[in-house]
Design a protein around this ligand. Structure first.
Ligand SMILES: [Zn+2]
Length: 437
């Protein structure tokens, strides 16, 4: 959506510029074509693997069963599990399960959850049917221990089940990963026979049950560090599947990296990325590299500091505004160094938006500067709304200018191009309207 809007705006500005200065107009349109092609490439990449049956088969299925949340015939209510410190076990387990799925699906793993909320259709006695229907490689149950229990992480494995060796290994990985990442005590692994059997027993997979911590002693971790809990569970699953933790690497762009300027002007902006992967980013190994036209910036920037998962880092990125009015995208890739010394991409989608205002449009530029400053002050939540306003303003300005120029400079072909641009803007306005409805 955002890419399409940028292309439409640049197109409108490009047509106006073409009317003014044919050479500059050609450059602007070339930039527009490049943006459009990039959008197409990204779309193709996103589609690949989703609909490819051969690739889908290669992805092992992992079932995550959030503990409790099933209908109880005895109490005639949903079983909440344990409660303590304002936390409910079924909700903690579900949140960690959903976040673990989000992390794991970045890798070659198919994740299924046994429930996506409270489930009134099934009881605990029927959970094995839900698990086995997925024919998973691995299956895990997420729980917490009650508030009176000693703090720490414990995991349980099957005895006489589908794959006891795999179950015990998975349990060990889970206990080690959760205890290590959250600095909780590791209470070790236990056979299900120690408490007379568990509901993971009939699961037809390498199955383990993990208690992520105590609702008493570990309540702070269970309340505030769900992302780290999910990272730990994902780390254990990937290790058991023999997949590298690096496949779950992800950087999230924070805020709205945008700069407004006149053609040829020096622009200063910054890019802030949050490490949402499983592994820290280490200086000398991870770097930001240009993935296209750098618009005057260096081709790469080193990582300035150690960045643990969950932490953020900011790069100052100087640039030079292109010579033609329009909206440009300075694209960046965050890369790490692979075992063979070659760069491996952690994140390909980070970008800085450069808005180049025609030199005659002093008032427009001042207004855009104010709006960008307001957007940044308002924070991430309002950035999408502000970029809409800003792009509407540039479009309106460019269209008004185009009409003025068209009256004097454009012939029949120009008038047709103008009609096309008008249609594109009209369609976008309608889409925006739909979104708001
Ligand atoms: Zn439980």
């Amino acid at each position: 959506m955002r890419m399409r809007v940028a292309v439409v705006v640049a197109l409108a500005a490009g047509i106006w510029w073409l009317a003014r200065l044919p050479a500059g107009g050609a450059a602007a349109l070339a930039a527009v074509a490049d943006l459009a092609a990039t959008g197409a490439r990204l779309a193709t990449k996103a589609a690949a693997g989703e609909g490819d049956p051969a690739q889908a088969e290669a992805r092992p299925v992992v079932v995550i069963s959030p503990g409790h949340g099933w209908w109880s015939a005895r109490t005639e209510a949903i079983d909440p599990g344990d409660t303590g410190a304002g936390l409910v076990e079924k909700d903690v387990a579900l949140d960690v399960a959903v976040q673990t799925r989000e992390i794991l699906t970045r890798c070659a793993v198919e994740v299924r959850l046994t429930r996506s909320g409270d489930d009134r259709e099934h009881t605990l006695a029927g959970v094995h049917e839900l698990v086995n229907a997925e024919a998973p490689r691995l299956a895990l149950a997420l729980h917490t221990s009650d508030g009176a229990a000693a703090g720490g992480v414990a995991a349980w494995y099957t005895v006489g089940g589908w794959d006891d060796a795999g179950s015990q290994r998975l349990a060990e990985r889970l206990a080690t990963a959760v205890a290590g990442r959250l600095a909780l005590a590791n209470r070790g692994v236990l056979p299900e026979t120690a408490i007379g059997g568990l509901y993971i027993h009939p699961w037809q997979a390498s199955a383990a049950l993990v208690e992520l911590g105590s609702l008493g002693a570990d309540s702070a971790a269970l309340r505030d560090r769900r992302r780290d809990l999910a990272r730990a569970v994902a780390e254990a699953v990937l290790a058991e599947l023999g997949q590298p933790a690096a496949c779950a690497g992800l950087a999230r762009v924070r805020g709205w990296p945008v700069a407004v300027g006149f053609p040829g002007e020096a622009l200063s902006t910054s890019l802030t990325l949050t490490n949402d992967g499983l592994q820290p980013w280490t200086a000398g190994v991870v770097a930001l590299r240009s993935a296209g036209e750098a618009y005057g910036a260096a081709a790469s920037f080193p990582l300035p500091a150690f960045v643990a998962p969950g932490e953020s880092v900011t790069w100052a990125i100087p640039a030079r505004a292109p010579d033609s009015a329009g909206v440009y995208e300075q694209r960046w890739q965050l890369t790490t160094t692979g075992p063979d010394g070659q760069p491996v991409t952690i994140e390909a989608g980070a970008s800085v938006t450069l808005v180049v205002v025609p030199p005659q449009a002093q008032e427009l530029r001042e207004r855009l500067d104010r709006e960008v400053a307001q957007a940044k002050a308002a924070g991430e939540a309002r950035a999408d709304a502000i970029i809409q306003d800003l792009q509407d303003e540039i479009t309106a300005w460019a269209m008004a200018e185009t009409r003025r120029q068209a009256a004097r400079c454009l012939g029949v072909n120009g008038a047709l191009a103008l009609a096309g641009a008008g249609l594109a803007v009209g369609r976008r306005r309608r889409r925006t309207g739909d979104k708001g409805a």
